[in-house]
Design a binder for this molecule. Structure first.
Ligand SMILES: Nc1ncnc2c1ncn2[C@@H]1O[C@H](COP(=O)(O)OP(=O)(O)OP(=O)(O)O)[C@@H](O)[C@H]1O
Ligand SMILES: [Mg+2]
Length: 267
């Protein structure tokens, strides 16, 4: 056991391209404690998702990695697919950007939560169904006991994202990675999902990595922030430090793009 729940050291991800191998993540290091939130921010293509996928061993074929990724002191980088399968959705869970592409339209949401749970925890169908209903209640789906038998298209976008979060949390992960979980949602629903994530995190003590291209979103949720630019970690520090005293020009550019309350209104 280490003090820090999750430690990434000098993670480099190299992808094969038509122009030869390209480092899309370069020497990235960060830590996430228990009940801690790290925000990873950067523009499109900066390597945020590749960082998350490397952690879970879900990189595209031909990808190479170096460095170290440790959960509770256990090295994950370079582990076999079998070992990683037992970690994914269990000790580390991920919520993706688009819940419609992650939920199977042909199965009820209850069945999908139950299957995820039973894959790791086993137990009877009946017990798993109870877990699914409780998980849906936890993310505040009204009338969960009845709606557990509904199909994904019968829920709103925000509700589907809540269901993804329910699914990710049902095995009580130590670490939850949320990759742009709110970008497909309107601003009000975004705020509700962020609030829910923060609340669930406090209840469960789960470490959270929150990925976004939007610094404004990070500022409301993260304790520490990693800024990425073209695969490089250009800035890493407490949210307070990064927001009040950005060291890097790129972070300043991102900050300038965040509308401020005292901005002049252009009519
Ligand atoms: N399957 C792939 N093969 C080769 N290169 C890829 C592949 N997927 C992504 N890339 C490249 O890897 C780099 C990092 O991509 P990544 O998906 O991590 O960006 P991101 O920061 O998550 O962006 P976004 O905000 O758009 O989700 C990009 O330059 C992208 O073009
Ligand atoms: Mg991405």
């Amino acid at each position: 056991m280490t003090d820090e729940l999750f430690v990434v050291e000098d993670l480099t991800v190299t992808l094969p391209t038509s122009r030869g191998p390209v480092d899309v993540v370069k020497d990235v290091s960060f830590t996430v404690g228990r009940d801690d939130t790290l925000g990873i921010v950067g523009e499109s293509g900066s390597g945020k998702s590749m960082t998350a996928l490397a952690v879970l061993g879900l990189l595209p074929p031909g990808a190479r990695t170096s460095g170290s990724v440790r959960l509770d002191g256990r090295e994950l980088l370079g582990q076999s697919e079998g070992e990683l399968r037992s970690v994914r959705g269990n000790a580390i869970s991920m919520v993706f950007q688009d819940p419609l592409s992650s939920l199977n339209p042909y199965y009820t949401v209850g069945l999908q939560i139950e299957e995820g749970y039973r894959a790791h925890r086993g137990g009877s169908k009946r017990a798993a169904r109870q877990v699914a209903i409780e998980a849906m209640e936890r993310v505040r789906i009204p009338d969960a006991a009845r709606r557990v038998d509904d199909y994904p298209h019968q829920f709103s976008g925000g509700q589907r994202q809540r269901i993804m979060i329910a699914m990710a949390l049902c095995c009580s992960p130590s670490l939850l990675i949320a990759d742009e979980p709110t970008t497909a949602l309107d601003v009000t629903v975004q705020a509700q999902i962020l609030e829910l994530l923060a609340e669930l995190q406090t209840q469960t003590g789960t470490g959270l990595i929150f990925i976004t291209h939007d610094l404004a979103v990070i500022s409301s949720i993260a304790r520490r922030v990693l800024v990425m630019c073209a695969g490089d970690p250009v800035e890493y520090g407490t949210a307070e430090q990064v927001f009040s005293d950005p060291r890097h020009e790129y972070t300043r550019t991102l900050l300038d793009a965040v509308p401020r309350i005292d901005d002049e209104v252009m009519l």
